[in-house]
Design a binder for this molecule. Structure first.
Ligand code: ZN
Length: 154
């Protein structure tokens, strides 16, 4: 690859994209991805201290709700994958237009099929306790990953 491309074009594109995404993101509002849930349905501190993962960091929040409560997409996006894994159980991944990845785990049954678009508020699955949550109360494990740095947070 050409040296100029490596030194300037890629970093500048990266910086511009980050700024654009964050400016657009300022007015973007997520919805809580569990129907009828409020911030009382999760413990924000669980992200940091609850030693569930191998790494010792939980990397997400657990939104508690009755079994089969609809899980709603918090964004307009695209289902990059959905399936079953030992830890996550039935899971769904959504990518949004600003390249954030949303991960939903422990669904009651398999979620929405992959490689399709979803609208904000559309149902993508239902709350369960599949995967490593089998003996735990019904909840949605919800994580957001960003591939590019988030400069501005509302
Ligand atoms: Zn969790």
């Amino acid at each position: 690859m050409n040296k100029w491309k490596l030194l300037f074009i890629i970093p500048i594109t990266y910086i511009i994209c980050t700024i654009v995404v964050n400016v657009i993101g300022v007015n973007r509002e997520l919805i809580i991805p569990v129907k009828a849930a409020s911030s009382k349905n999760w413990d924000l501190k669980s992200y940091w201290y609850y030693p569930w993962g191998v790494s010792g960091i939980h990397k997400g929040i657990d939104i508690f709700a009755p079994q089969r409560t609809p899980i709603l997409s918090p964004v307009n996006g695209f289902i990059t994958s959905s399936g079953y894994s030992n830890n996550g159980g039935n899971y769904v991944n959504i990518i949004s237009a600003d390249f954030r990845l949303y991960y939903f785990a422990h669904l009651n049954t398999s979620g929405i099929s992959q490689f399709r678009f979803v609208k904000k508020g559309q149902q993508i699955g239902a709350v369960g306790n599949s995967g490593n949550a089998v003996s735990k109360p019904y909840h949605l494990h919800f994580s957001v990953f960003s591939f590019i740095p988030i400069l501005l947070i509302r």
